[in-house]
Design a protein around this ligand. Sequence first.
Ligand code: ATP
Length: 292
Amino acid sequence: MTVTEKAFAKINLCLDIVSRRANGYHNLESVMHTIPLFDTVTITKSKEISITCSNPAVPADSSNLAYKAAVKFFEKTKIKDGASIHIEKRIPMAAGMAGGSADCAATLRGLNRLYGFPLENRELEELGGSLGADVPFCIRCGTFGVTGIGHDFFPVSAPPKFIYVIACGSEGISTPAMYKEYDERYNPPLCDEPKNLFTQKSENLRIALEKGEKEEIFSSMFNCFEEIAEEQRPEIKKIKSIMMENGAAFSMMSGSGPSVFGIFEDAEKAYASKNAIENEGIFATVVSSNNE
Ligand code: ATP
């Protein structure tokens, strides 16, 4: 028996670090939004857990988050079985789009379906949360405000339907390295019991999304890692300029980078931007939330 699940990428419409905990975790604020760029995860019942992936750069062993998801699923459900998992990779890797977390979430959802739903969504999210901060979000999908270490959600209005150009240089960025650099530069205050509420900067975006005011949405979007990442990967600035020159309404880096998204309302401009970025030898793709 086989099931196939889509593993959707996310972008951060805002991202801020507000403090850090004594254990080294960071308290963040973000609006995370699922976009229709996805890996396809195909799971077949099997004697053992195994992974194959269309992208040879992705580890096809027990370090793959989809493999770890399967281990956790069989442990938790006490089902004595295995699964061969194939990932058709489209989400750029180590790019700040939660590709690994999305595969992990899709594997949990897929296994749960394959075995007749032994776990409730809440249990899947708990399992996922033990594997990565972004996994519970990737299990839910949609648009959510996220606080704390990334596990506390509240619903936020989705942005209007847009066309997105996603572009990414070939050299990924390590998320832990980015947090380390952020700490050294900005020294966020210590706080072990943060309020699970947005502070003003993120709240401005939440309100703009609620009103659906495009200009207000764009002027409220921000990413606290963008400055550091742009210093490390000059192509980020270049991609943003190409997008804006080709008619993007807005453009920003996602997560800890280096992927960049451009927001377009006109498909022709989006494809012109994609072509211009590709002419620089940089990966780019167009996805449309109109097709969701
Ligand atoms: P995030 O936005 O959650 O920080 P990311 O998009 O920056 O994640 P990923 O694409 O998830 O980064 O890759 C980060 C690392 O995770 C990779 O360098 C890779 O070694 C490892 N990894 C494990 N499983 C996967 C997977 N299924 N797909 C991609 N990378 C994976």
